[in-house]
Design a protein around this ligand. Sequence first.
Ligand code: F6R
Length: 598
Amino acid sequence: MCGIIGCVGRGDDTLDTLVHGLSKLEYRGYDSAGIALAGNGSIQIRKRAGELDRLEEALGSENDLSGTIGIGHTRWSTHGPPTDENAHPHADCTGSIAVVHNGIIENYQSLRDELEADGHEFESDTDTEVVPHLVEAELDAGASPDEAFRAAIDRLEGSFAIACVLDDSGSVFVARNDSPLVLGLGEEETYLASDVPAFREFTDQVVYLSDGEFAELWADGWRVTDASGDRIEKSIETISWDPEDTGKSGYDHFMLKEIHEQPRALRQCLRGRVNELEGDVTVPELDDLELERVHLVAAGTSYHAAVYGSQLLCAAGIPAQAHYAHEYAISPPPLENATVVGVSQSGETADTLAATREARRLGAETLALTNTVGSTMARECDKAFYIRSGPEIGVAATKTFAGQQTALNLLAEAATPGLGDRDLVSALRDLPGNVQEILDESDAEAVAEAYLDADAYFFIGRGLNFPVALEGALKMKEISYEHAEGFAAGELKHGPLALVTSKTPVLATVTGDGEFARKTIGNVKEVEARDAPVVAVTDRRSDVARYADHVLDVPGTHPRVAAILANVQLQLVSYHTAAKLGRSIDKPRNLAKSVTVE
Ligand code: F6R
């Protein structure tokens, strides 16, 4: 949801450092990209609508760009269409102040009216452009650069991570409220970014900014202050993952790489947390957590994991419900001693943060179940439980959904000490190997090929396979742009069956041989009778394969783990469908990975 980058002290490498950083942040938005270089008493701005390569093409033909202080931006449009004019950075009237911004300035219209009445001229439709003009007005009134920056920020309402450079100062000014911002500390240079991968190649030393904090960065130093300019002591943290973890490692797409990383990601998630001898689970982060009742709040794929988790907790005797975070934030149900668990890969999703904040305001204990160490949610909640999937760059969440499902199993087990399910623990131990088996042997590509001309794709499942159906459909629609819906299998006959034709393949997940499987097979027969092709995702413990046109196998295992495995097959079907249709898999249209606006 927009990515910002900045660096000071990179000398002749400043431009390359910014472009490299933007390439690592493109997952946050790719409607336009731009940079500003400062440091020679002037500011040079270059920006282009479209993906980063359009900016790179434009930069390639210019060799007059120089400057040792720089900021950059990759955009996911909120105010104004993706045009060159609306691309960041934005400048003031004199072209001596440049700003990049991630977030939404809610009161920008009144600020713009006021500034225009004072004679300021605007060039874009964006909310961001008010910021350089506000800084300009403060400087004109006699403020020093850092005072002018803080005074300008003080006028803003909304969410922002902002970086600002002036033509004649040797530093970058930054401010944060409700949008992520992290500083990187090199030997003789400093960085800022929306996310660590932007500068991880150059340093592993970081400082996470909190809401309401400001920073100024020089080549040889940095300072964090509050709104009054008083210094705030911050701790420096060390990033544990390697720069290569954010590359494609030879895969065509990040999504495919991340699907294939699942065995390793799940091993990391489980490491040190399952005790095979005792058949139980130990998660020190969850010590002292007494779950009387649980509200899981999340969005998108993470919501599907939350639905799965709510079923696990209910089965463990703990009343639990999954909620869309955006709905929860505006009308939370009675808490009744509930612990509120925010499920979020990024830990920065505005909707989910709004929900956990509302829960905290109401006095609930909160837990962040997230992939991102140092994220806002991890820092704001009472406890943080990390899924340890490693960086996920593809916009479509894959390995982190499996990581969330796995971590939610650990949470449910840790919440019921003494009731450990030995079969589950051994199934979790075998999970990474079973995922590998699917990756090695999947027929998903042939399934994708067979239904490329489908009118729509339907996904069905019951119980733990219901969130798998929801997730299968979301993945298909977001990367293939084909219509897809996921249904609880029993719901099909209450309306959606009217949509079923010979051109709407139904992907049915049927695992185990119990009542759920038998009933879902009944639903499979219903769609088959309407000529719909059937793809069964199954461990073949039932006879669903008899009624299917295609079968995608998952190894036989514990029912909870089967739902994790089935999803891997569905990820592959969506991936291959999108690849065969030539879609922009890692950067699907209109989407961005980290949705930091409500
Ligand atoms: C879909 C996807 C999104 C996210 C959602 C929440 O593939 O990635 O639906 O799941 O935006 O994001 P996080 O988990 O970061 O809170």
